[in-house]
Design a binder for this molecule. Structure first.
Ligand code: GUN
Length: 281
């Protein structure tokens, strides 16, 4: 039986430390650390995520500035809001919740955020620095949280075979870069991968981020592996991950639950990126 990695508890501990740093910042600078959160349209999952992020700000003494824009908003209007926030001295971090409506050019919008205020680490400059192994970049929240979760197990990443299933810009690509920076041997699998099972079976560390309910089953997992489930899917029984938790938990060494694994860490790392941004101005 695997040890369950308690992402919620680890995130709570990080947030209690952030409350201390954010309060020290306020005492020193006479203003709170500030995070602007922009949501466009009516995606119900995004509404829940944004609400959680704003609630977490309150708990950590971070001031949040919330913007809910209409689904039909023009790119130019969204970009002009971002420019205003780039110039606002009370705003240390800016986040545009994804996905954006299809008519909006996501890459163009994200690249308008000042890299030093890019709390999500999605700007080309920050993503590029991560791939080059340069210090001083903002690292995307979910991948940063995943590394913390793996380290919490005590398993040394160096030299391990880490398999990432999924190649998104938000999770798959940056977690592959971070695992590589931590000296893992990294394989990235995706929808065109041949013999997926053969590859996942050789993973000491398996990170799954594909958005397919219970896709990874026990027969695909090496005994004793660290399994990180980034999935957040809704099926007839409610929330579930990309990993068949009930089957895999008897085979893995460590496993994250859904909910209560990666999700709370993403929020904690967003706040951490925002506080770091404020401190380094
Ligand atoms: N959509 C799914 N995950 C994320 C995230 O980490 N940040 C933002 N902005 N949007 C997301």
């Amino acid at each position: 039986m695997a040890e369950i990695i308690d992402g919620k508890a680890i995130a709570e501990k990080i947030k209690s430390e952030l409350l201390v740093s954010a309060t020290a910042f306020e005492q020193k600078h006479g203003r709170k650390v500030g995070l602007a959160v922009i949501r466009v349209g009516n995606d119900p999952a995004s509404a829940v995520y944004v609400r959680n992020k704003i609630k977490a700000c309150e708990k950590c003494n971070i001031r949040s500035f919330s913007y809910d824009l209409d689904e039909a908003v023009a790119d130019a209007e969204l970009i002009s809001l971002i420019h205003k926030l780039n110039d606002d001295v009370n705003v240390d971090g800016i986040l545009v919740q994804l996905p954006l409506p299809k008519h909006i050019n996501e890459r163009e919008v994200l690249s308008e955020i000042a890299p030093k205020k890019d709390a999500d680490g999605f700007h080309t400059v920050n993503a590029g620095k991560l791939f080059l192994g340069e210090k001083g970049c903002t690292v995307a929240c979910t991948p940063r949280g995943i590394i913390e979760l793996i380290k919490s197990t005590g398993v040394n990443i160096s030299g391990k075979h880490a398999v990432v299933v999924g190649r998104s810009n938000i999770v798959g690509k940056p977690i592959a870069a971070l695992l590589l920076a931590n000296d893992a041997t990294v394989t990235v699998c995706h929808s065109r991968t041949v013999n997926l099972k053969e590859i996942t079976l050789s993973a000491d560390i398996l990170v799954v981020a594909i958005g397919k309910s219970k896709f990874i089953t026990a027969d695909m997992v090496k005994r004793g592996a660290v399994v990180i489930d980034v999935g957040m899917n809704r099926d007839e029984n409610g929330l579930c991950g990309d990993v068949d938790f009930n089957g895999v938990k008897d085979k893995a060494g460590y496993i994250t639950p859904v909910p209560g694994g990666v999700g709370p860490m993403t929020v904690a790392m967003l706040l951490s990126n925002t506080v770091d941004g404020a401190m380094h101005e």
